[in-house]
Design a protein around this ligand. Sequence first.
Ligand code: ATP
Ligand code: MG
Length: 411
Amino acid sequence: MDAGEDRVLLLRYGELSVKGAFTRRRMQSLLARNVEKALEKERVDHSGVRVTQGRIVVWSPDPLDRGLDVLSRVFGVVGVAPAWHRRFTGLDEVLEWARDRSVEAVRGRRFKVEARRVGVEGFTSMDVRRRLGALLVDEGGVVDLRAPEVVVNIEVRGEDVFLYHSEVRGPGGLPLGSEGRVLALVSGGFDSPVAAWMAMKRGTRVDIVFFNLGGREHELQARAVSEYLACRWGYGVRMDMYLAEMRWIFPILNARFPQGFWTVVLKRAMFIAAEALARRIGAKALVTGESLAQVASQTLHNLAVTDEAVEIMVLRPLIGMDKQETMDLARRIGTYPISEKTQEFCAIASPKPSTAVDRAKLNKLMEKHLPRETILENTLPHVHRIRLGEECNWQELTHRAVEHARIECRA
Ligand code: ATP
Ligand code: MG
């Protein structure tokens, strides 16, 4: 082994680097802190985390694969590469070293070299590309700049040289904890966990509220997916979940509202309770999984009417997404199988909803039969808070949800 050589994970972060100097430094150290917390939480041994210009280096993570997996779930990280590292001891020596480390990957294959140079003078990154390329051609590689099978990345950063042949994509976004707090309404369906994830991606601490409409199974399902989000993606912040009961509303809906109004009334009631909770915990916005015109309750008209019930800002990260795009994202972030497992058992039967509820009539009916105070009095005193991301038992919760669904819905 070459003297001074070691294995590291090299983290690339994107958007942070275009912020002003002060913000950038704050974001970088927050990201480095979250990286440490992620490694700590997943018990990946490492001997240090260092912020260099435009990169975060994690030294000797062990095992490397686990570190790679964990760090590709830290918000703010654009890519993670398992890399070799050594000190810069002159260009000739470094290029020979890079060649030796790359021969196996490149021989008989189409390759290209990508090079970066920061903080060293006397040569350009083009020199590095050309010379390392030539050395590897001598070893049996074939240069192909358009469709390479292997990309040899070499970065000379002051005293440090990094070499890597592959990179795992991270989520991008901004470090958790950099952008205040929001309260996400999570139902356990496919959409709302993805919406919560997207709010997390932009750096907000996301707390979750769930309104129980379907019994034990419904609650377990929402808890499972929320636990997963906190456990797998919540590195660096605390996440709480608020469990609220809303089945008290069904007799009122039945007796007092036309069926076409039900989903909008229900949503308004949830928003009103969620707004009060958000104010109490200092969350600046609600987050929902609604997407424009996906279902009857999500027409532009009905979304607008729903919004009018509250003053707090409602964020809808999925607003422009097709169902398929949301599903694809759910798969990528890992919430899909959890939502899917329980979803099939008992969908709450909903009557044919109106695509454009009569606003005046709705307001009048709600004032009379379901005023704000009624919603708050019936919901808030019984809210139960649990802390997420500690037990990481989402699999067990999913399993229990499925079991309960068998009992409750197949009967
Ligand atoms: P999802 O897939 O998230 O369940 P959906 O496509 O079924 O959404 P709706 O049932 O109209 O759509 O719900 C719209 C949004 O309202 C959800 O994305 C979620 O943010 C919120 N919501 C719905 N039901 C609940 C619930 N029981 N508890 C908390 N939030 C809810
Ligand atoms: Mg739903």
